[in-house]
Design a protein around this ligand. Structure first.
Ligand code: ADP
Ligand code: MG
Ligand code: MG
Length: 252
């Protein structure tokens, strides 16, 4: 079992404090959701964990089995078992999708345990079939000319191929039609298991109809203000953020 713990995380952008002490703890075998109104710092949280240079961590830590990932280089974070799907996946020039995934898989393996090409192709075929993806997607340059929906689907393919310990998925549902949403959810659900944990960040409850979270955290104004079970997301859907703020006596 692995544990991911965000402790008193404060993050600023251009000297403006966005995260004001986020606390959250999860372990493999669990899927957690973070919900919250727009502009509350959800993407800032994932960007800070990813090590985006514009986001300055002023206090706190993010511990993966007790090791502070904020002290690691970005590629080390991935090697340690973190997977971060960003809200706007970027293009990487000159590398095909397949090459990227094979390199990512092998970067987590020892020298004498690298995945060979045949095993890689077999696994790729299997996972692409799960996601109903056309074969040529693997040979395209990473994210180049991918539509929004293709990028999301591709992130989930990367997830299934790389098999990280923890995946932080920021708005994987944004801009998806119902079919794409179902495919993305199927991929995440296929990863469910003892060796995997996921933090799913979403603005809407809709995604959580397909991926049932074990724990739901509500984030407002840079902090986690409430934590509960899957029913919390349903309550939020019914009552809105305003209702929750009144209940908690919050006013921003
Ligand atoms: P969420 O994902 O919850 O919608 P974000 O983390 O994207 O929220 O944004 C939180 C706050 O930080 C917002 O007020 C937003 O305007 C601000 N912010 C986000 N990114 C930047 C940036 N690159 N430069 C300046 N302000 C930013
Ligand atoms: Mg936003
Ligand atoms: Mg966001």
């Amino acid at each position: 079992m692995a544990v991911l713990e965000i402790k008193n995380l404060h993050v600023s952008i251009e000297d403006k404090e966005i995260l004001k002490g986020v606390n959250l703890k999860m372990q493999t075998g669990e899927i957690h959701a973070i919900m919250g109104p727009n502009g509350t710092g959800k993407s800032t949280l994932s960007a800070a964990i990813m090590g985006h240079p514009s986001y300055e961590v002023t206090e706190g830590e993010v511990l993966l089995d007790g090791e502070n990932v904020l002290d690691m280089e970005v590629d080390e974070r991935a090697r340690a078992g973190l997977f971060l799907a960003v809200q706007y996946p970027s293009e990487i020039a000159g590398i095909t999708n397949a090459e990227f995934m094979r390199a990512a898989i092998n970067s987590r393996r020892d020298e004498d345990d690298k995945m060979n090409v045949m095993d890689f192709i077999n696994k790729l075929d299997e996972k692409m079939a799960v996601l109903d993806m056309p074969e040529e997607m693997a040979e395209r340059y990473l994210n180049e000319g991918f539509s929004g929906g293709e990028k999301k689907r591709n992130e989930i393919l990367q997830l299934l191929m790389i098999e990280p310990t923890f995946a932080i998925l920021d708005e994987i549902d944004s801009g998806l039609d119902i079919d794409a949403l179902q495919v993305v959810s199927k991929g995440v659900n296929a990863m469910r298991g003892e060796g995997f944990g996921s933090l799913i960040i979403t603005h809407y409850q809709r995604l959580l109809n397909y991926i049932t979270p074990d724990v739901v955290h509500i984030m407002m104004d840079g902090r986690v203000v409430k934590t509960g079970g899957a029913e919390l997301a349903k309550k939020l859907e019914a009552e809105g953020y305003k209702g929750l703020m009144e209940e908690l006596g919050l006013d921003f």
